[in-house]
Ligand binder design. Sequence first.
Ligand code: HEC
Length: 234
Amino acid sequence: MMKRNARSASSARPTTALIVFGAAVLTIVALVHVVVGGQQPMIIGDKATDGNAAGSANERHEGARLFRKGTFGGNGRTCETCHSRSTGTLSPADVLKLLLENPSDPLLLHDALDDGVSGTSPIAEHATIRIVRPLPPNIRIAEDPSATIVVLLRGIPTTVNTPALDPALMYDLRARTLADQALGAIHDHAQNAVEPTEEQLAPIADFQRTDKRFFSSDVLQDFARGGRAPGHSR
Ligand code: HEC
């Protein structure tokens, strides 16, 4: 139920991309849905195997520390730069506040800037981040037929409920495990100089699967631990 809602909401997400790329992106979005629809349901393996085992207290502590403070020698961003403690995301109002109060905040660089180098209009107006994706080989952009990548302006999805409960992550469902997702985020957003190890990615994933801040209610947190489904008596 929750998952269905989360996914149907995702169909409305790439609005900005549509404005930027028009029909080409419509085609890509349609293709993604077709491809995903034709596959077996993707399972987040790490959730299935150790949903009940939350790891040791030390690991949980390390996961929280890395999520909040881990920069991996990069541009100063951590997961919490974009996935705030209170909402799991940043609203345009949150971004405006930062722009006024701390324009040198690490959020306001790299893929938050208009062309990746300067300008803060899209992030100030829509709180979007530039996401660069390879184009599938059978897709071309009409205005730029030789392009092999597409730049999409995407809002920051909240990390409330989805890390533990969604079987696949990201607007295009490309991340199948939380560890892979975290690795991609560290590469793409943090511009890391130090490569995270599996022993660091696993606690980041665990933290998002178990900590209260990643759930909108106790019932959903309990469900993620293997408890009763919301709305079911047993
Ligand atoms: C610069 C801002 C930024 C930073 C820093 C960042 N993220 Fe994200 N995060 C995003 C955006 C934007 C997306 C959606 C991208 C997409 O779908 O292509 C996203 C997607 C996600 C998702 C998927 C949510 C869903 O509902 O599908 C998770 C989980 C997540 N991030 C966790 C992390 C973790 C863990 C870190 C740190 C290792 C991190 N993020 C760092 C901006 C950020």
